[in-house]
Structures are given as C-alpha cells and as structure tokens.
Design a protein around this ligand. Structure first.
Ligand code: PMP
Length: 337
C-alpha cells in the first residue's frame, strides 16, 4: 500500500496516553500527536485546506505565489503543499521565532523575510504589513491569511475533530488546545460539541495575550499586551478563527512553566514536542481541579521539538532567561563555580 504523494499523509495522527507528567491529574489524559504530519505539525492540515479552497474559489491560480505571515509551522504546511502543487512561497515572520524554523522553510524552496517582533501590527516593518505589501506588489499572488480565513478552522472540523471522536470512541470529556489563530480549537470544538454539547473546551493562552481577558470581560484590553517568549499561541488581536462561544475557559501559562514542561515531556514521556505543548500540559496541571477520575481529556500536541533545540532544550538559553529550576545545578554550573 502506498500514498500517491506526501500530501496524502496529512492527518490520521496517533493518540497516546500520558503516564507520568500528568500522573497527579484524575482521569485519562491523551496526547493527540501532530508531529507525524509531513511538516511535523498540526498546521499541515489547515495549510492544505486553505490552498484547496482557494483553488476551488479561483483565488489561487496555476503557477501563483503564496504570501503569508507565518511563525513557521503554517509556512511549512504551505511550502510542502506548494512543492507538490507547483506554487511559489514567500513568508514573512518575526525575529522571535527559531532560526531552525526559517531554515526548514527554505529547504522547501520558500523565501523567508524576517521582521522585527516588537513593533505595532500597523507599523510598516511588522510582518503583517510586509506581507500585505508583498501581496499587493507580487503578480499572481494570494495571501491565505490564516487568522481570518475560516478554511483554517474548517480543516479541523473536517479532520482533527472526527479523528478525536473516533479515537476516544466518543468518550472524550475535555479538549485542551493552545490558541493562536484559533483554528485548531474552534474547528475541533465545533465538531465535538455537535456530537456532545457537554464536552468542555479549554483554551491555553499566554501572559502577554488578549484572549483570556476578552473571554471573561468582553474587553480588548491593551494592558494585557506585552512581549512574551512562548511560540505559537497567544495574540495581540482577535482572529476570526477564534470562536469564543465554543471555548469554555482560557488558562494562561507563563513562559517559564511552558519551557520547563516542554523539557519534562521529552524526559518523562519520550515525546519530543514543541513549546506550546509544554504550555498545554502546564495548563492541564493548573486546571487539575476541573477533572475527575472518569474523564477523558485530549490535549493537542501541535509540533515537534527539533524546532526548539536552540531554545528550551538548550540549558544556556534557559539560564539566560532565569528559567533553570531553583537550586538545580547542572554539571557545567558546578565546573564553572
Ligand atoms: N502551537 C504551535 C506550535 C503553533 O504553531 C500554533 C499555530 N499558531 C498553535 C499551537 C496554535 O494553533 P492555532 O493557530 O490553530 O490556534
């Protein structure tokens, strides 16, 4: 049995029970491991769906150029689909993201333009503005706009949601997912809540992002916005793909807790996952009181650890940010003392 091309391998990802990092949490905690997608992240699903929908609507024409502001994972999904389907890709991203992510995009022939992180979205240097300008000036180009393009959440309504329902035989009681564009959580939540409205949907947010406060007060509070380290989740605006009606609660996780938990998942579960996976599991631990023994909690593991080797998997990086656990000395600390 074989697939006709790599795009046919997107989706149908495994679900694995966690046995150690969540041992103090009542219930069965299941990880939906999205790293087996060809681009090693959940974003392959929505990238392919956005392209297919744009082809159908005529927005993306043969030989066209795809231009997007992306932190890497969406770019990877788009770049792989573009190779198979014959499109060019230009991506804009921010200097906060891992260099490994940019190099991986370039491996698939994409052009990557790195923009400064700490400027307003309206600033002409921001990655939003640069990609909009390129879209205007590059002929035969199309900007998927993953934040507001509802093909994003639709991809998860059509694939990730049904997979989770089938893999848990309809027993899922809670969904836990990081929220960036909102496509993952909203699409899966819509499918699951249609099947069983009692399923609780818990969104993981970061300090420095507006989602939690907006959900709880309806206020878009600019004071909530400040720079943070965690990658892939949190935003300083409200993307159309975040459906607040489908998300029951947001939990905020610190950069430090996310980074340290990301490492623990590799060491205790043997699962090499990215930064937002650490956020999600740290969030599950914070929300311990919400779960009971009979619960089946599905946590989305969006991407792979290789993209973070120079970050939370690197002890110098942790030390520079004061993230090493108090009192914990590494062999190198001892030698240098
Ligand atoms: N984790 C990682 C590593 C991501 O790249 C993203 C996408 N920004 C998310 C979580 C959040 O997914 P979504 O955009 O579907 O909300």
């Amino acid at each position: 049995m074989w697939y006709n091309n790599i795009l046919e391998t997107v989706g149908n990802t495994p679900m694995v029970r966690l046995n150690k990092v969540t041992k103090d949490i009542p219930g069965t905690i299941l990880a939906k491991i999205e790293t087996t997608n060809p681009g090693n992240s959940i974003k392959d699903r929505m990238a392919l769906k956005m392209i297919e929908d744009a082809e159908k609507s005529g927005k993306l024409k043969p030989g066209g150029t795809i231009i997007e502001g992306t932190s890497g994972n969406t770019g990877m999904g788009l770049a792989i689909a573009a190779v198979i389907k014959g499109y060019k890709c230009i991506f804009t991203s921010t200097d906060k993201q891992s260099k490994e992510k940019f190099d991986a995009l370039r491996a698939f022939g994409a052009e990557v333009i790195v923009c400064p992180t700490n400027v307003d979205p309206e600033d002409s240097r921001s990655y939003y503005s640069v990609s909009s300008r390129l879209e205007r000036e590059v002929p035969n180009s199309w900007k998927p706009n993953q934040y507001d393009n509802l093909s994003n959440s639709q991809a998860h309504y059509e694939s990730t949601g049904p997979e989770i329902w089938e893999q848990t035989e309809g027993k899922i009681t809670h969904l836990v997912a990081g929220v960036g564009t909102g496509g993952t959580i909203s699409g899966i939540a819509r499918y699951l809540k249609e099947k069983n409205p009692a399923i609780q949907v818990l969104g993981i947010d970061t300090y420095g992002s507006v989602f939690k406060k907006y959900k709880e007060t309806g206020i878009m509070d600019k004071n909530e916005i400040y720079p943070y380290i965690t990658e892939g989740i949190g935003e300083d605006f409200l993307p159309k793909n975040v459906d607040f009606n489908l998300i029951d609660h947001f939990e905020k996780v610190t950069d430090k807790d996310a980074a340290l938990m990301t490492r623990e998942i590799a060491r205790k579960e043997g699962i090499f996952a990215g930064n937002s996976t650490g956020s999600a599991i740290a969030g599950v631990l914070q929300m311990k009181d919400r779960f009971k023994e009979s619960d089946v909690v599905v946590v989305i593991f969006p991407d792979h650890g290789t993209r973070y080797l120079g970050k939370m998997y690197n002890e110098d990086w942790l030390r520079d940010r004061g993230f090493l656990k108090d009192g914990k000395l590494t062999a190198r600390d001892i030698i240098q003392k």
